[in-house]
Design a protein around this ligand. Structure first.
Ligand code: PEP
Length: 249
């Protein structure tokens, strides 16, 4: 039985003091879940997040990371910096980074490899635009994104990867994919992982759905056979909303 993983992507929201306040509010609300709970604030708030979440069941993830060790890469953040802050997860290849910051499948792959080399767990985002869905190429596209992201990743590491299926048309739009649509693509991703690594990896890898997840739809989505939790944007910014998703059972 795979554990659900529910991660909040706070995007460019919350200051360090607001981060501390939101995590303090969340701690008692999510403390009884058996599932994995992750919050992913912006880089400037990671220290506040790890300090506040220390000793609780809330894990901290970053929203991005660079694949080089160190050096002349102004504005970038290395894996070692994240690890030193106590960060355990890192979102890679979010569609907003692909769209606004020229992230490509190849740079996502380099980042995934670096994350595993250093011991960070990547949350790898894949997903199609509305136009691509209408063209009927959703499954082909997410399979390709998955294959490139995992290129060179060992079976042992692939078992620890998290893939977030996030249809771009459902992110921040209030339009959630139906459970059938989300399940179909998450299963296509799992089948693709099975083709690359075999059933023992496919059976344990975590595949989340993301795109306007809220308390009202999380139970149905997370109970679908191939959906192992969610990557949550807007509804992770208020403790009461995020708690409703985490405690979906
Ligand atoms: C996201 O940005 O990862 C996301 C899923 O956002 P939202 O839940 O707001 O659609």
């Amino acid at each position: 039985m795979r554990k659900k993983v529910i991660a909040g992507n706070w995007k460019m929201n919350k200051t360090p003091s607001e981060t501390k306040a939101l995590i303090e509010e969340l701690i008692p609300l999510v403390k009884n879940t058996d599932d994995t709970v992750i919050v992913c604030p912006t880089a400037a708030c990671l220290a506040a997040a790890t300090e506040t979440a220390n000793g609780t069941n809330i894990k901290v993830g970053a929203q991005n990371m660079f694949y080089e060790e160190s050096g002349a890469f102004t504005g970038e953040i290395s894996a070692d910096m994240l690890l030193d802050l106590g960060v355990e997860y890192v979102i890679l290849g979010h569609s907003e980074r692909r769209q606004y910051f020229a992230e490509t499948d190849e740079t996502v792959n380099l980042k995934v490899l670096k994350a595993f080399e250093k011991g960070l767990l990547p949350i790898i985002c894949v997903g199609e635009s509305l136009e691509q869905r209408e063209q009927g190429i959703t499954n082909d596209l997410v399979r390709m994104q998955t294959k490139i992201a995992l290129k060179g990743v060992s079976s042992e590491n692939a078992k620890k990867a998290i893939i977030a299926y996030e249809p771009i048309w459902a992110i921040g739009t209030g339009k959630t994919a139906t459970t059938e649509q989300a399940q179909e693509v998450c299963k296509a991703i799992r089948d693709c992982v099975c083709e690359i690594y075999g059933k023992d990896v496919a059976d344990v890898i975590t595949i989340q759905y993301g795109g306007s997840v809220k308390a009202a739809n999380s139970k149905e989505l997370f109970e679908a056979g191939d959906i192992d939790g969610g990557l949550v944007g807007g509804a992770s910014l208020k403790a009461a909303d995020f708690e409703g998703i985490v405690n979906y059972k």
